[in-house]
Design a protein around this ligand. Structure first.
Ligand SMILES: [Zn+2]
Length: 253
């Protein structure tokens, strides 16, 4: 199984438009972060988690030829705003399967009404096939994915476990019964926003405490803000087997 980090930045991305913050001005390519998303591939299957405003460029940069489906963590724009850009995949493959909490599907229908319309459809509009996630394992490709329920302040979000890989983003709190689903992971991906606490995201300290609890073999942090600091400096201070993800990083599991 191969995982590609399509984007590892927080909602505004890095650099932030108009910002003179040193991290936004960094020349290190690892300090440039598109909005969070990963591509998960195994056998002939290829799924993406979230579809933010950088989706098009992420597909181009990674030469993605096929998307078998999109799994949504939650409805915030940095995770959903690129949905129109499934068009090239839709033209080649037909309706694109999407997997989400019922609340997220309702939000997508408001924001992208034309994608879900059943009458008077614009001929170039893409179409999707909806699948509801209800915190039970569900089948995609030839395997089952386990949803992990967590909270982004007061908003419910889903993480996902595929085999021995789990991806969680925009988490602030998670119940022990959900942490139980994360035993024996080879790779954990989880959000670590910045140094200072935040009302709806793990900061670095909380993300490290979470790693201590889950005890995966390796961890990659994502959904990173410029306020976490320079990639190279932060990564040097992390414990063994804990890394910062960066855009276009590929890992094999
Ligand atoms: Zn987010």
């Amino acid at each position: 199984m191969e995982v590609t980090f399509l984007g590892t930045g927080t909602s505004q991305g890095i650099p932030i438009i108009g910002s003179d913050h040193p991290v936004c001005l960094s020349e290190d390519s690892r300090d440039k972060r598109l909005r969070v998303s990963v591509l998960v591939e195994w056998d002939d299957f290829s799924y993406v988690i979230d579809c933010g405003p950088d989706f098009r460029i992420q597909m181009l940069q990674n030469n993605v030829k096929k998307v078998d489906g999109i799994l949504f963590t939650h409805e915030h724009a940095d995770h959903t705003a690129g949905l129109d850009d499934i068009r090239p995949f839709f033209f080649r493959q037909g309706d694109i399967p999407i997997y989400a909490h019922p609340r997220v599907l309702e939000q997508l229908k408001i924001r992208f009404a034309y994608i879900f319309a059943t009458e008077n459809r614009y001929p170039g509009a893409p179409a999707v096939k909806e699948f509801v996630i209800d915190n039970q394992p569900f089948k995609i490709g030839n395997t089952f994915v386990t949803p992990i329920n967590a909270m982004h302040n007061r908003l419910q979000v889903y993480g996902f476990r595929f085999f021995d890989f789990a991806y969680l983003t925009d988490v602030k709190t998670i119940e022990d019964s959900e942490v139980e689903k994360l035993k024996n992971l080879k790779v954990l991906v989880v959000n670590a926003l910045r140094i200072e606490p935040h009302h709806s995201h793990f900061n670095l300290e909380e993300a490290l405490e979470f790693v201590e609890k889950v005890k995966p073999e390796r961890t990659y942090f994502t959904h990173i803000s410029h306020l976490l600091g320079f990639h190279a400096e932060v990564e040097e201070r992390l414990p063994e087997n804990v890394f910062l993800a960066y855009d276009n990083l590929k890992i094999s599991i």
